[in-house]
Design a protein around this ligand. Structure first.
Ligand SMILES: Cc1cc2nc3c(=O)[nH]c(=O)nc-3n(C[C@H](O)[C@H](O)[C@H](O)COP(=O)(O)O)c2cc1C
Length: 176
């Protein structure tokens, strides 16, 4: 007969296998930023960013219900998606840990619309107003309406694949 610890172990193994399969989908890396009424701004590293709609212009990302910033993000009236370039791995690492000093030494501006918090070195920035939030199991799915976007085309993206950071090689960059 299976013991409860076997069942727990099986569930953990199944979850690990699922995560591992999902990690075969290469993504970029972005930091979701938003102002807070008091205290340091919100900053969360995500790989779940994706496009949704051109008309209206919508994007999405999902946030783990355990994230400390979730409640503030659910209440904010504006947020930005900062797509990281290949030299911003340290920025991704910084915003991927719950830490009170996340912003120490990180350059940011608050010059966007609605006083958005922006990472000026990002490859692209999408400033959004909240459009919808959906239940996503142990995550909350945020859909944002893009009100402004900028692109810096002179850099390469930071890639996340197989649980590791990657960069495009010269060959990868030339896909016909
Ligand atoms: C490359 C990478 C991608 C990540 N993607 C997500 C994601 O899409 N959603 C999420 O909730 N957490 C993601 N995380 C983990 C969060 O960044 C992490 O939980 C962070 O500490 C949340 O900040 P907070 O707890 O201060 O709110 C990712 C981490 C890394 C390193």
């Amino acid at each position: 007969m299976a013991s409860s610890s076997d069942v727990t172990q099986d569930a953990q193994d199944a979850q690990r296998a699922f995560r591992s399969a999902l990690s075969m989908f290469a993504t970029g890396v972005a930091v979701i930023t938003a102002p807070r009424a008091t205290g340091a701004p919100i900053g969360i590293t995500v790989a779940s960013f994706n496009s949704v709609s051109l008309d209206p212009p919508l994007i999405l990302f999902s946030v783990d219900r355990r994230c400390l910033s979730l409640e503030d993000l659910q209440q904010t009236s504006t947020y930005a998606v900062n797509v990281l370039s290949h030299h911003q791995q340290h920025v991704s690492n910084r915003f991927s840990k719950p830490n009170s000093s996340k912003w120490d030494g990180i350059e940011f501006s608050t010059g966007g619309c609605d006083a958005n918090v922006l990472l000026p070195e990002a490859l692209a920035i999408f400033e959004c107003e909240p459009y919808a939030q959906h239940d996503g199991g142990d995550h909350v799915i945020f859909v944002g309406r893009v009100v402004r976007h900028v692109v810096r085309s002179d850099s390469e993206p930071l890639i996340f694949f197989g649980g590791k950071y990657r960069t495009l090689t010269a060959d990868d960059a030339v896909c016909a």
